[in-house]
Design a protein around this ligand. Structure first.
Ligand code: ZN
Ligand code: ZN
Length: 92
């Protein structure tokens, strides 16, 4: 189970709602937040066991895993500071 984040950049208006992060029913798998510089995306991807993390959009392996906490992170599209917000609600 886990929670959702919202990413929002007020400079270029790039916004991603409801990004799920957390641990799966199988505790060895986790949904982690990532920043992909290849396609300029923020999202989440499964990690753990033999799964090497990949971009959920362009499947690039050169992604940066991010801390799952609210705060300011660089926007992958315009490199300006953008906000990561913890959303209400959980997923099972
Ligand atoms: Zn931006
Ligand atoms: Zn990508």
């Amino acid at each position: 189970m886990g929670s959702f984040f919202q990413f929002k950049c007020r400079f270029c208006q790039y916004k991603v709602d409801q990004i799920p992060v957390g641990t799966g029913k199988d505790q060895t798998l986790a949904l982690r937040l990532f920043n992909c510089s290849s396609c300029g995306s923020i999202g989440s991807t499964w990690t753990g066991q033999d799964k090497s993390p990949r971009c959920a959009f362009c499947y690039d392996k050169e992604i940066t895993l991010l801390q799952e906490k609210a705060g300011v992170i660089d926007c992958p599209k315009c490199q300006e500071p953008a906000s990561l917000v913890l959303m209400p609600g959980n997923w099972e």
